[in-house]
Design a protein around this ligand. Sequence first.
Ligand SMILES: [Zn+2]
Length: 456
Amino acid sequence: MPAVRSFLLLAATALLSSAASAHPHDSHDHDHAVTRALPSRWYHPEDHPATGLFRRADVPNDGVTYAAVGSPEWSAGYPPDKVDSQPLPEAWTDALAAAIKAGKIPDFPPSQNVPGSNPVYPNGLDPNGDVVCSATEKCRNPGDIWDAPDGVFASSFDDGPTEFSPALYDFLQTNNVITTHFMIGKNILSWPASFLQAFEDLKSDIAVHTWTHPYMTTLTNEEVLGELGWTMQLIHNSTGGRIPKYWRPPYGDSDNRVRAIAKEVFGLTTVIWNQDTEDWSVGTPGGATRPAVDANLQKWITGPKSPGLVILEHELSNDTVGAFMQAFPLIQQNGWKFESLATMDGGDVYQNAASSTEDVTPGLIGVAASAPASSGSSASQSGSATGSSASTSSTSAPAGNNSGKSANGTSSASGSSTAANGQATGAAADTNGAASLFASGLVVGVSALVAAAILL
Ligand SMILES: [Zn+2]
């Protein structure tokens, strides 16, 4: 927060100048050894104007009190199963409509799920062509992440939280490293304690792995919206208002339509991988064996360092977690820089916060496609939690009450005029007034989205 930073700078300057002016007195021969007790109260009282200027939340969130993770209020209002089992918040559908209208979402039909094969596209559409560019077929859209920088082991785990997650989290904490968890929305609801261990204890990075783990390219636009949106909403409401920045499609199944919805509506960057341990298949008929998984990990970790490694790994069983823990010492021994995937490019982990511990800039629901171009520059710092224009007006759904119809205020969220409405400045993010504007709900910053598009 700039205001706080200036305050600290002033304070530091004052200290330095007093230290400098202390020197002339040192030559005096009278006794300086006067013991004085510190004042019992060293801070400004609550009603002091300075307190209002620099008010901070007790925890580094957006000033909103969210329902406790694991409580009935926290878990209420999400789809029990399929994402089309209840209406989507209007803000999301409005944002999708705006993105479609702006020509941002490719118009081709969903693929069909064919058991035992990759999804198949109708009408003879080429999955490897420029129109579709299916990640399942290893077609690389330049906007997606497949590789890590040279020499970087970019760590991530999919499918958590599960009953096997705590062992992994304990291990990571013991080794003083964090990772990126591409979490399944429904799993977060099922394993709230594990979620909290990852986010609050380990302070790891939380990202999106959809609500129900489907083949995303087989879904309609609205289903894609629900799979991403509900997971983002739950993560947002469980992390003090953080808006995820990265998502990984289950099975790596994404295409130009799905990735466009993720980016244009929700500001999400799609992450795939460049090596697959197939750890997920251990124990399944015809699946990989644990020794084979171990051998592959060893081969890659002792292999070339260009590009860096983005290995698909899972919090899915003792074997998937165990294979990583066994291979972990090799990573350092072979000179890799171990980093959480979400931090490997040096950018922020969330769209509105630098990390799971840094301050959060309140965000808003919106569609990047409808944001005026001019808002891009003003938003370019929003990702670094500087309290820039990402903290504009919002859609506010009550915490924990996320039913479709609860997304009132959608009219303020979908219009481009909202996106340009930089009513909340950096200073405002520090005030109670700003906090009351952002009473929960999924609030995705249009400006942050534009910023993400620029930065990535
Ligand atoms: Zn998965």
